[in-house]
Write a protein that binds this ligand. Structure first.
Ligand SMILES: Cc1cc2nc3c(=O)[nH]c(=O)nc-3n(C[C@H](O)[C@H](O)[C@H](O)COP(=O)(O)OP(=O)(O)OC[C@H]3O[C@@H](n4cnc5c(N)ncnc54)[C@H](O)[C@@H]3O)c2cc1C
Length: 503
């Protein structure tokens, strides 16, 4: 792997035979995707060598940019017949390395699939190609007062196909659900080239919930070529409240009490001191700088209800000793309250040469405990950590600050990150909330799943992709070859088939 040879991430050994056949493979791709849809010059492939997890880089065998489902089908069928690996890619904003290329794999960029295909207000659905941006869906229906609820902070750039693959979330997912709760149907191309449709405009379908399996499958089961999502009518009123606390623990307790009181805010986010200062310096929206933690709580619905809920939130917050409390009084002010939060990642990028954005989920009640333990871990690892997260969902995004040019700092950041994720699991949470497993959390999977769990997940993968050609090396710590699954049994320390690479 180029870019960071010292990192502990081990990727599948490239297949030398495939690399030797590169010219022939590129020619075959050009026969399927004419014009500028195939890129094989090193300089032109550079923009694709990494994703949002920029610590890792790898040039692909070639980049292929199809624009029709038929082309995707022919590309996958060719790769299937010829044993060539494929890494699907949307906008490359993923934070867990899901779209990281492999030296012997085609990088299948879906950026040319950028059309809205159908807007159906009667059924409240939009059908879009997978390369349409998340925000592009809302933009397409905003004139009629509708929107698409899941709103990752990267929504101006990330694609709906990437959102489906990662089961992405955002500020408004607390009340309106993650991608999986808002996707109603997809068109999917299997590694064999077969095209299948799952779900549609209707709410439920017979048989197994394949849509549920597909959303969040990180490009391991098939390539999504069309997505149907539900859209919602914009709420009559939405107001945001900024609440500052003298400690992260008090803010964490406030989050738990608001939910415990039966209030489901449209969004409830938290930032700690480092993140508040970075965001304020970047976007200058008037965040209080004398607090240790800031909550942004959005209440939406009919005006009278919103007014009542703001009063209840204010009462809970003051019982817990908040030191500032401001409710937005105009749409501009509400947008300004959110602007700092939405820009928090790039804002932290201004104060540190590099950062790792972690993503773990914990039961809300454990927030105060986990925040206190994370401060201890920061001291222990000698690195700073800014916290920005979807507090209402218990979805943490600790941003670990480091300097990749200092020897050992990336490794220290990785160890710190792993400790945070293990802490999430220890308190009853999970390794990821919305960024996916990718390569980042792959090797931690056994801390959450036992052998039986992992074997069953891999069997599912094998049912779709028996030769492990789609996005190998991601998600599973050890991708057993499908044929040996079920026979994988270590007896007296002897691993069966010791010569077979476990990818
Ligand atoms: C500044 C910043 C803020 C972010 N904020 C959030 C946030 O608030 N919430 C959140 O959930 N995420 C967030 N993310 C992460 C990222 O934007 C999401 O994971 C997003 O869904 C990735 O979309 P993408 O189009 O960039 O996909 P990529 O990064 O290109 O790919 C992601 C995964 O999807 C697979 N994939 C892509 N397209 C397809 C397809 N058509 N078919 C099958 N598989 C496919 C890839 O193989 C890969 O495994 C943020 C990222 C950044 C950089």
């Amino acid at each position: 792997m180029s870019g960071n040879a010292t990192s502990g991430i081990v990727m599948p050994e490239p297949n030398a035979d495939v690399i030797a056949r590169r010219a022939e493979i590129v020619a075959a791709m050009r026969a399927i995707v004419p014009g500028e849809g195939v890129i094989d010059a090193v300089n032109e492939m550079r923009p694709f060598e990494t994703d949002g997890l920029t610590a890792y880089k790898q040039l692909p065998l070639a980049v292929v940019l199809p624009s029709t489902t038929e082309q995707v089908s022919r590309i996958l069928a060719y790769c299937h017949r010829n044993g060539i690996r494929v890494v699907p890619r949307g906008a490359g904003t993923g934070l867990s390395g899901g779209a990281l290329p492999l030296a012997d794999a085609i990088l299948l960029g879906m950026g040319k699939f950028n059309r809205i295909l159908d807007i159906d207000f009667d059924n409240r659905t939009v059908t879009a190609q997978p390369g349409v941006t998340n925000l592009g869906i809302t933009t397409a229906v905003a004139h009629a007062g509708f929107y698409y609820a899941p709103d990752p902070s990267s929504q101006i750039a990330c694609t709906i196909g990437g959102n489906v693959a990662e089961n992405s979330g955002g500020v408004h997912c607390l009340k309106y659900g993650l991608t999986t709760n808002n996707v109603m149907g997809v068109e999917l191309v299997l590694i064999t080239g077969e095209v299948m449709r799952i779900g549609g405009k209707h709410l439920d379908s017979g048989g197994l919930d394949l849509l549920g399996i597909l959303v969040g499958s990180e490009g391991l089961l098939g390539v999504v070529t069309e997505v149907t999502v539900r859209i919602l009518k914009k709420p009559e009123t939405a107001r945001a409240v900024l609440v500052g606390f003298p400690s992260s623990e008090a803010a964490g307790e406030c989050v738990a009490r608001i939910i415990g009181a039966g209030i489901i805010p449209g969004g409830m986010e938290m930032m700690d001191r480092l993140a508040i200062h970075a965001a304020e310096a970047f976007v200058k929206v008037g965040y209080p700088l004398d607090v240790e933690a800031l909550l942004i709580v959005e209440l939406d619905g009919p005006e009278a209800e919103v007014h009542h809920l703001i009063e209840r939130v204010a009462q809970i917050a003051s019982e817990l000793g908040c030191i500032t409390l401001r409710a937005s009084n105009s749409e501009e002010e509400r947008a300004a309250f959110w602007a700092g939060r939405k820009a928090a990642f790039p804002a932290v990028g201004r104060i540190s040469p590099d950062y790792l954005c972690m993503d773990g989920t914990i039961p809300r009640k454990a927030l105060p405990l986990v925040l206190a333990r994370m401060e201890e871990l920061a001291r222990q690892h000698g690195l700073q950590c800014a916290n920005v997260f979807h507090a209402g969902d218990g979805n943490l995004h600790p941003l670990i600050l480091y300097d990749a040019s200092k020897p050992g700092e990336l490794e220290a950041a990785e160890r710190f990150g792993a400790d945070i994720l293990l802490l999430c699991v220890e308190v009853g949470g999970v390794l990821t909330g919305e960024h996916g497993v990718g390569i980042e959390k792959r090797d931690l999977m056994p801390s959450m799943f036992d052998e039986t769990d992992l074997a069953h997940q891999q069997r599912l993968k094998c049912a779709f992709d028996p030769d492990s050609l789609l996005n190998p090396g991601k998600v599973f710590p050890q991708l057993h070859r499908c044929a040996e699954l079920g026979r994988m049994h270590v007896s007296r320390g002897q691993l069966p088939f010791p010569n077979i690479p476990r990818f």
